[in-house]
Design a protein around this ligand. Structure first.
Ligand SMILES: Nc1ncnc2c1ncn2[C@@H]1O[C@H](COP(=O)(O)OP(=O)(O)O)[C@@H](O)[C@H]1O
Ligand SMILES: Nc1ccn([C@H]2C[C@H](O)[C@@H](COP(=O)(O)OP(=O)(O)O)O2)c(=O)n1
Length: 243
């Protein structure tokens, strides 16, 4: 892979879209790719989690799609796009940790299938991507709906067993209480099933590169995504980019 100095590529507009199922490595790999490309990073899943947190916090009836949609539109959201700074605030409240908790994780798919919620968050995502210039955006529908014209598009996946094991390791490393296998399966496979009712991420759309990390370690996966970006966008990793 050719590497150029930061100056000759770091200012070139670049949008990279990464989709994939739960536990496929979207967030961690996309952050590493953004660092190497000198790009911003957008975790669109955190936006849906923020809506779920906001609804729970406001006591919104989650069975009332209109109420959920209205809450999403009214939600004041501040979100870091620095790959090295994870920060999410809703109405001035720091929810960076709370949106990763079990209650939000169990609720988020319910709000994510409300189409007006998706329309509102897609609008905000497009604004953020356009304002960034160089952006790696990850989620479920970025390659297909939010940024189908991105310079590079990648579907990142892995076997369900590997994704479940990685999620389990992630929770353990975060000191989360031991999550039983049934709960973990629900959090991974169950959520994918619900997410798949509103987004297509089980197969790459036309022109989207597939990266299956089942047999790849983290660094190999980052390298595979960077290679796909260079192949599609013709842009190399930035020499000396942050790892
Ligand atoms: N190729 C890989 N090999 C080993 N671990 C990985 C790999 N990709 C991601 N991980 C780890 O798996 C866990 C889930 O990754 P994450 O980025 O949160 O996935 P997603 O955002 O798709 O749910 C994290 O602990 C991450 O470090
Ligand atoms: N662009 C997106 C991003 C996330 N979602 C949904 C999918 C999940 O149920 C939630 C949370 O996404 P998140 O990426 O945080 O979930 P995982 O880390 O992949 O388990 O939002 C979506 O529908 N569209």
């Amino acid at each position: 892979m050719t590497e150029h100095t930061r100056d000759d590529v770091a200012t070139t507009p670049l949008v990279v879209a990464v989709d994939g199922p739960s536990g496929s490595g979207k967030s961690s790999v996309s952050k590493a790719v953004a660092r190497r490309l000198g790009a911003a990073y957008l975790d669109t899943g955190a936006m849906y989690r923020a809506v779920a947190w906001h609804c729970l916090n406001e006591g919104v009836d989650l069975a009332d799609a209109d109420a959920v949609a209205a809450a999403a539109v009214a939600m004041e959201l501040e979100q870091s796009t620095d790959p090295d700074v994870e920060a999410v605030r809703v109405g001035g409240t720091d929810v960076t940790e709370a949106i990763r908790g079990a209650e939000v994780t169990d609720t988020v798919s319910t709000v994510a299938v409300v189409i007006p919620v998706r329309e509102e968050l897609r609008r905000r995502q497009r604004e953020t991507i356009a304002a960034a210039g160089r952006m790696v955006a990850e989620g479920r529908d970025i390659t297909t709906v939010v940024a189908p014209d991105a310079h590079a598009r990648v579907l990142l996946t892995a076997s369900e067993a590997v994704r479940t094991a990685r999620r389990s390791g992630q929770l353990a490393a975060a000191g989360e209480p031991g999550v039983d296998a049934g709960t973990l399966h629900r959090q991974v496979a169950g959520r994918d099933a619900r997410d798949a009712t509103v987004s297509t991420f089980d197969r790459p759309a036309e022109g989207v590169a597939l990266v299956d990390s089942t047999e790849l370690d983290f660094e190999q996966t980052v390298a595979a995504v960077l290679a796909a970006v260079e192949d599609q966008a013709g842009t190399p990793a930035v020499k000396g980019g942050r790892r």
